[in-house]
Design a binder for this molecule. Sequence first.
Ligand SMILES: [Zn+2]
Length: 184
Amino acid sequence: MQESEPIEQAGAGVPDNFQRLWTPHRMAYIKGENKPVGSGPGDGCPFCEIPKLSDEDGLIVARGTAVFAVLNLYPYNSGHLMVCPYRHVADYADLDEVETAELADFTKRALTALRKASGAQGFNVGMNLGDVAGAGIAAHLHQHVVPRWGGDTNFMPVVGHTKVLPQLLRDTRELLAGSWPASA
Ligand SMILES: [Zn+2]
């Protein structure tokens, strides 16, 4: 997974604290790396495995009692994070009250952290439920929070790099964890 050198990239957008984290490495995702082999929690579901890792290794920004916030390994944009329940559940309608409330609370806190850390000016927030809706990992629901800046490019602005840059994601995680508010 180790890319040799961070690559300088030209890109549109307003400079922010993430600097040159402009590297949505979507090809690895498209090729199916880290995809679960089935729909059960024991089938290599990354959202079940990630909480077992340290915050640094799992790129976890914050942990709650029922949900956690984690950076997307294949971001649409710098700072793209996801809020997921710990429980392996596919349908939003199946979340219990505690999960529902904390997922909303963490989504609000994610907005605050991203504004503080990166000056995000807007967001795309939401879920893809089901394969037909475009969910990458449909078996374990996750709320996307994608920060946007004026002048940034739409999805997939940079193609051709197939590996993530672990160090840059780690720096982003640290920034966001440090900006994570104690309450929404
Ligand atoms: Zn899972």
